[in-house]
Every structure is written in C-alpha cells, then in structure tokens.
Design a protein around this ligand. Structure first.
Ligand code: C2E
Ligand code: MG
Ligand code: MG
Ligand code: MG
Length: 294
C-alpha cells in the first residue's frame, strides 16, 4: 500500500513538473518571439551624483510589453531567459538598444541647441548602465556583443557601464578574466547588489571593477548593523578607488545618512522611477544638497 501511495505521489509530482516545464517552455518561446517582435522595451532610471545633485548616467531596465499582460517586470521573465542562451540574445539587444538611445539623446540635443535649456540638453552626454546576466558573461558572446554595440553606435566606451550581480563572481569561474577583457574595451564595470554575495572587503583591490552598487536591502532597512556595514563598504571602496552607488533610496533620511557617509551616487524612487525614454525627465536637484551645508 505504501508503495502504491508512493507511486501516486511520484505521479502527481511528475504532472506538476511536466506542467511547470511546459509553462517554462511556453514563456521561453513567447519571449523569443517578443525579442523579434520588438515587445521588449528599456526604461531608464537616473543615477544622481550625491555631491552635486547632477545626473550623470541612467540605468537601463528591461520590461516586456506583452500583449494581454501589460508591462511585465524583469523578475517575471529574466529567470526564464537565463535557462538558455536566450539571455545572451536579450543582453545583446539591451546593449544595442541602450547605446542607440544615447545617440538619439545626443542628436536631439544638437538639433535643439538653439533653444538650449530644454530637457534634451540634460539628456545629451549621459552615461548608461546595462545589466548583464552571469550566463552572458560566461559565454563566448559578450565581448563581441559589447564591441559591436559600441562600434555600431559610435558611443565612447567610457559612457557604458556593465552591471554584474555580485553572486556571479562566485558562480562564473571565468568572471574575473572576462571582466578584465571587457575593461580593455574601455567600459566600466559595476558590481550590482553588493552585499548579497560573498565578496570580502579584502578581495576588493584585486577585482577588475570600477563601481560598487550597494544593494537596496542595506539602504532601506536601518536595523541589524546595516548602517555600519554601509559606512564600512563606502570607506573601503574609496580606499581602493572604487565609486559607490546606493540603490533603492526612497526616503530623505536614507539619503541624508548616505550623504553623511560620503556615498558618491544614488538612485531610487525618491529621485525618479524607471521610465520610458519619451517620459524621462532628469531630476534637477538632489534633495540632500539643498541643506547638507552643515
Ligand atoms: P537591479 O539591476 O538591481 O535594478 C534595480 C531594481 O530596483 C529595478 O527593478 C528598479 O526598478 C528597482 N528600484 C530602483 N529604485 C528603487 C526604489 O527606490 N525602491 C524600490 N523598491 N525599487 C527600486 P526592476 O526594474 O524590476 O529590475 C529588477 C532586476 O531585473 C534588476 O535589478 C536586474 O537584476 C534585472 N534586470 C533588469 N533589466 C535587465 C536587463 O536588461 N538584463 C538583465 N540580465 N537583467 C535585468
Ligand atoms: Mg542593476
Ligand atoms: Mg542592483
Ligand atoms: Mg537589486
């Protein structure tokens, strides 16, 4: 009887697994079509210099404009894309789209130069950060994809930052070699979601990276020694000549703490949400710079 029951469980499990796999396959196939059918769009979120309040760059964040589903956030489809080389196609598309966007903002500013001071002027010359999956980093494609996007757009490589999630440094054995090769193209490397992986501060001087992005969880929750950790990361980063970006700044007191701790840059709903390029406006001042003279 136990055996029969056991088989029943296995069968239910099989059914669920089969269902799960077919949903996965359908999502993947739909996503493949979406890439071809221009259903993917990039939204952009400003990253502010916390000292001057100026926006020097934006982060490109993908969304899926899926018919019948509305605007689908990346967490709902990036994991499906990462199960195959589809994520490399997506990354290649994102690199090209983001750099093309920069050329369009540059061109709009030149065209509207007569009436300078318009929003176009603030978008010219911006840098852009593109998120790159560990699978794409590990692939033989990424280096060529980055070089091709730079060559096609003519964008100066210093304006492109590649964001790699911290855990990838452990998961992808060739990560450091790949990052070194990418940096030779002249692009910058940021470690995303820093603090969620296993990098020790002692490793920082040996990492071929330019920027640490402190994970939102450390910025938003004040408890459990997070404030001390953030301060420690910022001062360690600075002693190794790395820039620090705080992500997920939602409240003024979070911003004030980061400014007091000499964090270089920040991004979050307090300043601006990620938006479609047509609606993108650059925040004029960083709230903290108005009263940080003390
Ligand atoms: P991420 O790279 O860490 O991006 C930051 C996420 O935090 C974004 O979520 C952004 O909308 C959100 N965010 C920014 N400021 C705030 C804030 O003040 N409060 C809160 N609660 N959230 C804030 P999003 O756009 O949903 O992206 C989620 C993740 O999906 C990204 O995390 C990134 O890992 C991945 N992703 C997005 N676009 C791409 C892409 O083109 N390629 C790849 N491989 N991954 C991408
Ligand atoms: Mg990112
Ligand atoms: Mg992040
Ligand atoms: Mg994050």
């Amino acid at each position: 009887r136990a055996k029969a029951a056991g088989r029943g469980v296995v069968e239910v499990f099989d059914d669920e697994l089969r269902h799960e796999l077919s949903v996965q396959a359908q999502t993947e196939e739909a996503l493949r079509q979406a890439l071809l059918g221009n259903e993917l769009v990039l939204h952009y979120q400003p990253v502010l210099d916390l000292l001057t309040g100026r926006t020097a760059s934006v982060e490109a964040l993908v969304r899926w404009n899926r018919p019948g589903h509305g605007l689908v956030p990346p967490d709902a489809f990036i994991p499906a894309a990462e199960r195959s080389d589809l994520i490399c196609d997506l990354g290649r598309w994102a690199l090209a789209a983001a750099l093309t966007q920069l050329t369009q903002w540059d061109a709009a500013a030149t065209a509207g130069a007569a009436g300078a001071g318009g929003p176009e002027g603030e978008l010219a010359g911006l840098g852009v950060a593109v998120n790159i999956s560990g699978r794409h980093l590990a692939s033989r494609y990424l280096l060529d994809d980055v070089a091709a996007a730079l060559a096609t757009s003519g964008i100066d490589p210093v304006r492109l930052t590649l964001e790699i999630t911290e855990t990838v440094l452990v998961d992808v054995p060739s990560a450091l070699d790949q990052l070194r090769a990418l940096r030779e193209l002249g692009v910058k490397i940021a470690i995303d979601d820093f603090g969620t992986g296993y990098t020790s501060i002692g490793q920082l001087p040996n990492l071929p990276v330019d920027i640490l992005k402190i994970d939102r969880s450390f910025v938003s929750s004040p408890g459990a020694g997070h404030a001390d950790l953030v301060r420690l990361v910022i001062s360690a980063a600075h002693s190794f000549d790395l820039g620090v970006v705080a992500e997920g700044i939602e409240e003024n007191d979070q911003l004030h703490r980061l400014v007091a701790d000499s964090c270089d840059s920040g991004q979050g709903f307090l300043f601006a949400r990620p938006t479609a390029p047509a609606e993108l406006t650059i925040p004029r001042t960083c709230p903290a710079t108005e009263d940080s003279s003390t």
